[in-house]
Design a protein around this ligand. Sequence first.
Ligand SMILES: CC(C)(COP(=O)(O)OP(=O)(O)OC[C@H]1O[C@@H](n2cnc3c(N)ncnc32)[C@H](O)[C@@H]1OP(=O)(O)O)[C@@H](O)C(=O)NCCC(=O)NCCS
Length: 228
Amino acid sequence: MRHGTGGYDWCVESDSTRRVLVIGAGGHARVCIEALRDMAETEVVGAISADGFGMEGLGAPMLGTQEDLKSVTQRQSVNAYCVAIGDNSTRKRVSTMLTESGYRLTLVVSGYAMPSPTAVLSPGAQLLPGAVVNAGTEISTGAIINSNATVEHDCHIGEYAHVGPGAAIGGAVRVEHTAFLGLGSRVLPGIQVGAGAIIGAGAVVIDDVPAGLTVVGSPARPINRRKV
Ligand SMILES: CC(C)(COP(=O)(O)OP(=O)(O)OC[C@H]1O[C@@H](n2cnc3c(N)ncnc32)[C@H](O)[C@@H]1OP(=O)(O)O)[C@@H](O)C(=O)NCCC(=O)NCCS
């Protein structure tokens, strides 16, 4: 089945209506639920969380804890999962547990996101309102392109990376898995951001960032973090 929004057209994973169970029940889950509601042939059946509680106004019924995954799946005929957890390593751990057990992650594309028809969007990726993903860019499994973030042409965004709200990435940038780009950060064209690196809010990255390093400021420089 092809699914189009705002003149864009891209493949989704199934020919049948997706009945989505959301895993996570905080602010990021609320945003994902609203985005899922924009998508054609998609129904959010509810959410589960570690303790079974969800934030007020979540927008979907709470159906239990992660212990209830199997029974909720059967009872609600769930056929797709959205891991709506902002923390990269937790999202990766939960998503990997699901896929290794044969459960299918769903792509989330807000009706207000703007993916190029030549962008490649993997299962479990999340494009939130205002996200621009330009020509030839690859968004890997479980990566988040958050509100109003721009990823220019021919980039690679690795698995479970997170491009924060309002961040902007120039052409041909490589962001490796589980890296995090903070609010409003900027990455110049052709830069490589290593696995698990953290780019502070508002930083301007002009050189490659090694794996695991935290950089802040303009131009971005490493910091010693007080809290990790
Ligand atoms: C970079 C970041 C992760 C560092 O967090 P931290 O390890 O808790 O760092 P600290 O608060 O201990 O600050 C360490 C030093 O870096 C400075 N610093 C921290 N973040 C900075 C930033 N974004 N820009 C400039 N300087 C910054 C602090 O002032 C401090 O400097 P000092 O040692 O001279 O006092 C965090 O500040 C940040 O920018 N997070 C992004 C949050 C975000 O965008 N969230 C989006 C959610 S959707």
